[in-house]
Design a protein around this ligand. Structure first.
Ligand code: COA
Length: 183
């Protein structure tokens, strides 16, 4: 089955699956072209990450300042990859480097996005949008009709990015409690 790549936005796109020299993916991959600079486009392959991608993906999360002191990104990566209700999607550029990521999952009721990231050197070129779309497609394919995410209060300038993609700020109070302290 081919995952449709939505048309439109600031990037070129095309439908397709790929067989490439990337790490073999457990899921299917989708290619799309995003702007690289004013004159060039960058080929992005969005795929389900495999174990060999772990280091690069975690490095990307760190480079994007997404790793909180109380989270273990390696454990997050492995946990998401281990279960049927979650995944880590990674966008690999034509040089084989990780340019974007998203961790996606659902609890049977709602879908959730984490670690939405575009490499600092590839911002405002459509990578972040592509990652959100890939995660939304992943959820749609599993019958999930609503997607949510949390934005840290120190990162509120990203709210306008999500609003630009059609998200709304939800008037909810999020409550939490540690069941076990991790550090
Ligand atoms: C947020 C992030 C993923 C956006 O990625 P990106 O690749 O720069 O975004 P895109 O180029 O795909 O942007 C898509 C659209 O949103 C717009 N946009 C990007 N950032 C925006 C922002 N902060 N506010 C408003 N609009 C924004 C772009 O101009 C673009 O608009 P267009 O499609 O109409 O031209 C990236 O800045 C990032 O990795 N930030 C650090 C990690 C982070 O904070 N993640 C979110 C955790 S909740």
């Amino acid at each position: 089955m081919t995952v449709p790549v939505p048309e439109g936005g600031s990037f070129l796109s095309r439908r397709g699956t790929v067989s490439s020299n990337l790490s073999p993916s457990s899921g299917e991959s989708v290619e799309s072209l995003v702007a690289h600079n004013a004159t060039h486009t960058m080929l992005l392959t969005v795929k389900s990450a495999v174990a060999e991608d772990e280091q690069a993906v975690v490095a990307l999360w760190r480079a994007c300042d997404l790793v909180a002191s109380y989270n273990d990104p390696v454990a997050d990566f492995r946990f998401a990859k281990a279960g049927p209700c979650s995944d880590v999607l990674v966008a690999v550029d034509d040089a084989g480097e990780a340019a974007g990521s998203v961790m996606v999952g659902h609890d049977g009721h709602r879908g959730w996005l984490y670690y939405v990231a575009a490499r600092p050197t590839s911002r405002n070129k459509g990578v972040g949008r592509r990652m959100v779309q890939a995660a939304e497609n992943w959820l749609r394919q599993r019958g999930i009709v609503k997607v949510q995410l949390l934005v840290r209060e120190t990162n509120t300038n990203v709210v306008s990015f999500y609003e630009h993609l059609g998200f709304e700020v939800a008037p909810r109070v999020v409550m939490s409690r540690w069941l076990e302290k991790t550090s």
